[in-house]
Write a new protein. Sequence first.
Lengths: 199, 199
Amino acid sequence: MNYIPQSLAKVIEEISNLPGYGEKSAQRFATNLLKMPRSEAVDLVRNLAVMLDKIHPCLECGIYTEEDICPICKSTERDKGYICVVEESFDAYTIEKTGKFSGVYHVLGGRLSPLEGIGPDKLNIKSLIERIKKYSAKEVLIATNPTVEGEATANYIHNLLKKYPLNITRLAYGLPFGSVLENADEFTLSKALEHRIKV
Amino acid sequence: MNYIPQSLAKVIEEISNLPGYGEKSAQRFATNLLKMPRSEAVDLVRNLAVMLDKIHPCLECGIYTEEDICPICKSTERDKGYICVVEESFDAYTIEKTGKFSGVYHVLGGRLSPLEGIGPDKLNIKSLIERIKKYSAKEVLIATNPTVEGEATANYIHNLLKKYPLNITRLAYGLPFGSVLENADEFTLSKALEHRIKV
């Protein structure tokens, strides 16, 4: 007989349906909450509800924001002619931390993945083209992940944008800073050789 | 500059403080929620709140339940003279699935772990002794995990209970069913030899 109480079983079932979660990790999440001081757990759940209430994609670029238009799109210091295309909001936040990009972002909301049934229609590509036209964009920097799916997505976007008069660029492949050459994989090393820099 | 919206940053910070979570896994959890159909995400969060409201440790054995006394402790078919001591509620649910144990459980709420500052006072050991006396228990089956910390916890409880007139038992160590002998670790194999069964 299964003695897991219903309200606990329900939460475990719902969490185990999230991508990257299974039954065990869902159990661990629920147990963690139940073992915390109850007031802290209630706070966390309340903050999750606040997050779901406040956070929406920016109407312009799709980045997660609490406002209609995100602070980056609203800023007069950002050049809307330079658009950096990322898969998810957190990719944009990560690039933002470098402080080296002064354009705006465009969040696709995922990557092409035939296996998961994610085709071009599931990604925010139409709005990217609208923005390119609206702001007569000069450069689109495709910053999808350096994975097979990220590459396929980048190629797809590149083909779509070829007909527009703009520079299409990609983040450089190469050795990660602080890494050991001996441990680099062949693909990364090939790319680092191919795109070697004149000193 | 950090553009992560406040309500999102707060949730990530709180989740990354959970045991077994870091910043990346907290981000993934939050992103999963934000990418779900909003109504499902709101439902999940509501169910988490319901769980926190309803689930409490059983006043008798400490297992997570929605009632004051759990269905196992309440059942007249369970022998309260046989107590199975487990670290967490889910260990009890797992044993319950076998249908081979007809006694009651006692949830310690963790394991001895000096590194994490968990001493005997943090575990439900006092109430175990009270139950042993109250029901004149005949057997205590210590079913802590087969880990260093689980073993230490079992030894500690064994020493405490020695003076009572009852059988103290442990779950058997041995080869897991369906495993390959060649791949068994030395410790497990030593235990399987030591506790070999007469056929």
